[in-house]
Design a protein around this ligand. Structure first.
Ligand SMILES: [Zn+2]
Ligand SMILES: [Zn+2]
Length: 212
């Protein structure tokens, strides 16, 4: 059985998710944006051991607790290589967005389109969905209650990500949405980077950025 727990973490309320194989207790952490103590508390309540820490993209509000979770778990921490420059720019991001500068960690640029990461029976698929940032990715995982899609700041409930920050591209985000994300099953549950969950079908029908 695979379970997913999602809660807002960090200064801008980034959705952090714990994807856990309930049998082996191996886990993948998606977007530990901050609040290390909260993340640790939930991991220990689940009895979970972290095998990987992955990021939908490398804006500062999605990586705030990565170093702390990595140090505690010794898990690999991964981004898409095309976002590497954003990790190097963390001090600039901190100053511009007015959030504290987090500790950094050795980040693997190992997330690649079409590949997947595993933790126990969890198979977390990676889709490269650039536009919000050059290295934005969407994660897809099959759980006992259906498919979950972690869309980062590419797709929100009734919205899409901004493209006016470092390396953003409004043409590319639309291409990623249409060619990668909207081809997922209608009943797949979308966990966006911020705010409430939705489904692919609901966004295809009702998201004002996708219906016109
Ligand atoms: Zn972002
Ligand atoms: Zn964000």
């Amino acid at each position: 059985m695979i379970t997913v727990e999602t809660f807002p973490a960090g200064p801008l309320g980034c959705n952090c998710s714990l994807v856990v194989d309930a049998t082996t207790k191996r886990a993948i952490v998606v977007d530990p944006g901050g609040d290390f103590e909260l993340i640790e508390e939930r991991l220990s309540a689940l009895g979970a051991t972290v095998d990987a820490i992955v990021h939908t993209h490398t804006h500062i509000d999605h990586v705030g607790a990565t170093a702390a979770v990595q140090r505690k778990s010794n898990a690999r921490a991964c981004i898409h290589e095309a976002d590497r420059f954003l990790y190097d720019l963390l001090p600039v991001q901190a100053a511009m967005l007015g959030v504290p500068l987090p500790e950094t960690v050795e980040m693997e640029g190992s997330l690649k389109d079409g590949e997947s990461l595993s933790a126990g029976s969890v198979e977390l698929g990676v889709l490269h969905t650039p536009g919000h940032t050059p290295g934005s990715v969407t994660f897809v995982v099959k759980t006992d209650d259906g498919t979950r899609v972690f869309s980062g700041d590419t797709l929100f409930r009734r919205g899409i990500g901004r493209t006016d920050l470092w390396g953003g591209d409004s043409g590319l985000i639309m291409k990623s949405l249409r060619e990668k994300i909207l081809t997922l099953p209608d009943d797949a549950i979308v966990v966006p980077g911020h705010g409430p969950e939705t489904t692919i079908g609901e966004e295809r029908a009702k998201n004002p950025f996708l219906t016109r």
